[in-house]
Design a protein around this ligand. Structure first.
Ligand code: MTE
Length: 340
């Protein structure tokens, strides 16, 4: 069952919706198992390539902000209708129809239909490297971790953002099971490279598979989760089913989707983005309004479903939980977007 846990980011109980209904693990697994079959072909161009362009318009629906502001697709499946800052959750439709997932397409609005039949079960995640107890987890074993609701802001490096009610569990719980050795300093994550079902991975433009990494202390922070669902439902393929990383104080590209491999390593992993555009994307990639992307400002962002732009928050508003990870703020801010 789902546990409503908010990691110290609290909302007054008056804002808790009385309709809270949580799906059982069995229902959840059935949702995951429903995702099967293949996808159609799609084009591939540049990636994370430009600032977000259409302020005020909801790209999922083409409609403007006030129509969709607080409404949620399945309000019974979430414990709160806002994040801890009081901002409304994005709708299920927005979250599942405006996606970055280059293995399918660089067109955010095409990903959902191209990925809709992507086979996400059976699934295995191989966890190894510098650990005492390497283990390959099946989906059932991943779902057996106590699933929690985490309402987080997602800030894409392109300059748009959403508030998403994720379901998942702390990555630390899984890492503690495999027992990293004292030599382990970083965690390296890898997405499935399914050429038959992911049209984008046939493009030579990117060094597939999609790889991301965290420092071990970042990976062990309680905010870092492996997500298996959102809005109380199993993840849909476009959001990284059946299991993806969510690191809310870093730009969205760190939150790698459809993970099949997790390795504890002693050197800093080279991510797909560091290899593809080393002058634009670095390892740490913490959200920082004071460090511009080389081609655009990071000072503001467009919340999907809103008019205009809002100020971007340092660490995406999670400084209280994570600032201590970075002794020298200058070190991290200068490395937050640019290459090493
Ligand atoms: N993971 C993989 N494997 N492939 C991708 O293209 N895109 C990243 C990240 N994870 C991406 C990925 C980017 S740039 C963002 S902003 C988020 O996924 C978007 O997540 P969402 O589509 O669930 O909102």
């Amino acid at each position: 069952m789902l546990i409503k846990k908010r990691t110290g980011i609290e909302i007054p109980s008056s804002e808790i919706t009385p309709k809270s209904v949580y799906l059982s693990r069995r229902q959840f697994m059935r949702g995951a198992a429903l995702s099967t079959a293949a996808v159609a072909a799609g084009g591939l161009l540049a990636a994370c390539s430009g600032p977000d362009a259409e302020p005020g318009v909801n790209p999922a629906t083409g409609s403007a902000a006030e129509e969709s502001a607080v409404q949620t697709a399945m309000p019974g499946a979430v414990s709160h209708t806002t994040d801890e800052l009081g901002d409304p959750l994005n709708t299920f439709e927005e979250i599942t129809n405006y996606n970055n997932y280059y293995e399918f397409s660089t067109n955010k609005e095409a990903v959902a239909s191209l990925a809709k039949d992507f086979p996400t079960a059976p699934w295995q995640v191989e966890v190894g490297g510098l650990v005492n107890k390497p283990k390959t987890y099946g989906l059932e074993e991943l779902m057996a971790f106590e699933q929690e609701e985490r309402i987080y802001r997602l800030r894409c490096v392109e300059g748009w953002s959403m508030v998403i009610p994720w379901v998942g569990f702390p990555l630390a719980k899984l890492l503690n099971e495999v027992e990293p050795t004292s030599a382990a300093k970083y965690v390296r994550f890898e997405t499935i490279e399914d050429k038959a079902n992911m049209p984008g991975v046939n493009s030579p433009f990117f060094p597939w598979p999609y790889v991301e990494g965290l420092r071990l202390d970042e990976a062990m922070n309680d905010l870092t989760i492996l997500s298996t669902g959102l809005y109380g439902e199993a993840l849909l393929p476009q959001n990284g089913a059946p299991i993806r990383l969510v690191v809310p104080w870093k730009y969205g590209f760190k939150s790698i989707k459809s993970i099949v491999k997790i390795d504890l390593v002693d050197t800093m992993p080279q991510s797909l983005w560091m290899k593809t555009a080393p002058t634009e994307y670095g390892f740490f990639a913490t959200v920082n309004p004071n460090v511009d992307h080389p081609r655009w400002s990071q000072a503001t962002e467009r919340r999907i479903g809103e008019f205009g732009r809002r100020e971007t928050l340092l660490f995406n508003g999670y400084g209280e939980q994570v600032a201590h990870l970075y002794d020298d703020p200058n070190y991290d801010t200068t490395q937050s977007v640019r290459g090493q």
